[in-house]
Design a protein around this ligand. Structure first.
Ligand code: CMP
Length: 588
């Protein structure tokens, strides 16, 4: 081969195998995820020389995680996060503590590991992967449901907690019997200092993003959308998501995934969140596949025969230990069984953060190298089985719904809190919709229905045009255009009626669907008439620059506008002529 193509080989073989095995999995009625993971295992075992290094594969997977977390953020606004905080924060924290204790106990008691090793393993197993959860929810249309939101919120709290754990680990390492490589400066800092440092950095990041983001980011996307270039828009979405993810990791020590998530949250408040989501979806899908392939590649299957009991212990803890803990916690908090079951299923797997943490634990000499293999085995098996857990949860929920006694006991008697949370989520959704609606002038279809002038444009061109309109209103008697003024914009009347007057005399009336202010823009002269609102009017302003650009770009629109302006000009000349000759009746 002419030059090093290992990265290309990894991506190409990864996609081909993932596609083939994903397809087979689908035919066998298994989730495609299983196919992707297996593709990775095959690659790791059969083609190790052809493949990129582990670190490069890991980076590809990270891109997938970032894009996916960005997608989660896009569908998750700040009010949403606030609505689920009372269940997600205490729930996730309790569950991490319980699961870590279980993992530590198992490793110390049964395997004779040290406290440090047990803690790292326990913590790695205590968190679940948001990426895996999203795929599972997505397949069941569950992302937008209250239970889905609770589960996502819960896992996001876990992700945040893991950021803190990753930062604190070096400070604790010495105490737990490991040692941090000398290049890692964090080891020098005291515990309090690293805690304070992390708290300040993470808060600074979140504050900056939440304060400036909602103003700057939607504005930026709007400007890009106005260019009408789909390519530029997609690029801007990628630049924002990956840029913030990388920047936040570099500047604030926030993980890539979390940075990308907050970038998504900020953009979720903009009118373009749907467009941004749609444009980044294919990339999210493709890179998420690489994430699963890379998990498979890193996996060493020999662990299954070397330490079958340890693997069984890890898998048991992930699938049942964590699920039972979550079930108990959510139940104790007074939520219905269906919520507890969803969260339990959501937690029945481990993913991206677990690998990072286990890897660090080995690097710091806290955990035996086998620990990473155990976590990977646990991840591979639990991710494969997880969709079945969701299936079982669905069946169980249905079963409870069908039995009036069970339903009354497990669901109805516990509905109060859940209903409150659901209505909070509903309020958040309505508010967001209202906010987005306030910015919207028209849908592309409405635009054409109201202004036949634009019928010749493609839906995309209409959408771009809408972005250039500035909605305005006028009350009866308001003068929208004054004769002799300089021209700044053209106007499109969407409702109400205006009067056009030349020399103080009414010459015409325009109703909804009419436009005015084009004559001075086309000729470069001053305004030729007064335009006054006769009743409450809503109209859209198109600035001089945008008007010029627009008519230049769309000759069919230009011809219609010019023709009408000419007609109006002739009519006015005739009118002024008649006025001069006294054939127009004098004003009463
Ligand atoms: P402009 O000259 O920029 O500003 C006043 C506007 O009134 C003008 O553009 C036309 O859009 C509108 N206008 C002028 N004369 C008539 C007319 N005879 N009938 C309808 N509209 C007119």
């Amino acid at each position: 081969m002419p030059h090093d193509v290992t990265l290309i080989a990894t991506i190409a073989v990864g996609f081909v195998l993932a596609f083939a095995l994903g397809f087979v999995a689908n035919k066998l009625r298994l989730p495609p995820l299983v196919g992707y993971l297996l593709a990775g295992v095959v690659m790791g075992q059969c083609l190790p020389n052809l493949m990129a290094t582990n670190s490069m594969t890991g980076q590809l997977a990270d891109i997938g995680v970032m894009l996916l977390m960005f997608g989660v953020g896009l569908h998750f606004s700040i009010p949403d996060l606030m609505a689920v905080r009372w269940i997600a924060i205490p729930g996730a924290v309790c569950q991490i503590v319980v699961a870590t204790a279980m993992g530590t106990g198992m490793a110390m008691y049964f395997w004779g590991w040290t406290l440090g090793a047990g803690l790292v393993l326990g913590l790695s197993l205590s968190v679940a992967s948001t990426v895996v959860l999203l795929k599972a929810l997505d397949e069941r249309n569950g992302v937008g449901t209250p239970n889905g939101r609770i589960a996502i919120g819960w896992l996001i709290v876990e992700d945040l907690a893991m950021v803190v754990v990753l930062v604190l680990l070096p400070a604790f390492t010495g105490m737990l019997g490991g040692h941090v490589p000398t290049t890692d400066h964090a080891a020098d800092a005291s515990l309090l200092a690293s805690l304070g440092n992390t708290a300040v950095k993470v808060s600074a990041f979140v504050l900056i993003l939440l304060f400036f983001g909602p103003k700057v980011m939607p504005w930026l996307l709007r400007q890009v959308a106005r260019t009408g270039s789909r390519e530029l828009f997609t690029l801007s979405v990628l630049a924002v998501s990956l840029g913030i993810a990388f920047g936040s990791a570099e500047l604030f020590d926030v993980s890539f995934a979390l940075g990308a998530f907050f970038a998504g949250v900020v953009l979720s408040e903009s009118d373009f969140s749907h467009k941004a989501a749609a444009n980044s979806l294919p990339l999210q899908d493709a890179f998420a596949v690489l994430f699963f392939v890379s998990v498979g590649m890193l996996f060493d299957p020999s662990i299954l025969t070397r330490h079958p009991l340890m693997v069984a212990g890890v898998v048991g803890l992930i699938l049942f230990g964590k699920a039972l803990a979550a079930l108990a916690i959510v139940g104790l908090m007074g939520y219905p069984l269906s919520t507890a079951l969803t969260v339990a299923a959501a937690l029945g797997q481990v993913g991206e953060f677990s690998f990072i943490l286990a890897g660090l634990g080995v690097t710091y000499g806290l955990m035996p190298a086998e620990g990473v293999n155990l976590v990977l085995a646990g991840a591979l098996i639990s991710i494969t089985v997880n969709p079945l857990m969701f299936g079982a949860v669905e069946k169980l929920t249905e079963l409870v719904q069908q039995r009036p006694r069970w339903k009354a006991h497990f669901e109805d008697s516990r509905a109060e809190r859940f209903d409150r949370l659901r209505s909070e989520l509903e309020v958040a959704r309505l508010e967001l919709e209202k906010k987005l609606h306030a910015h919207k002038t028209f849908s592309p279809e409405e635009l054409v229905a109201r202004f036949p002038l634009f019928a010749g444009l493609t839906p995309e061109q209409r959408e771009t045009l809408i972005l250039h309109f500035l909605p305005k209103t006028a009350s009866p008697g308001d003068r929208i255009i004054r004769s002799g003024d300089k021209a700044e914009a053209a106007y499109f009347l969407s409702s109400g009626e205006v009067e056009v007057a030349v020399n103080g005399r009414q010459i015409s009336k325009l109703g909804a669907g009419g436009f005015f202010g084009e004559m001075a823009l086309l000729s470069g002269d001053r305004r030729s008439a007064d335009v006054t609102a006769l009743d409450f009017c809503k109209y859209l302003a198109l600035s001089q620059r945008d008007f010029r650009r627009f008519v230049r770009k769309y000759p069919s629109v230009y011809e219609q506008v010019v023709a009408l302006a000419k007609e109006r000009g002739n009519m006015n000349r005739q009118f002024l002529d008649d006025l001069a000759h006294g054939t127009v009746p004098p004003l009463a």
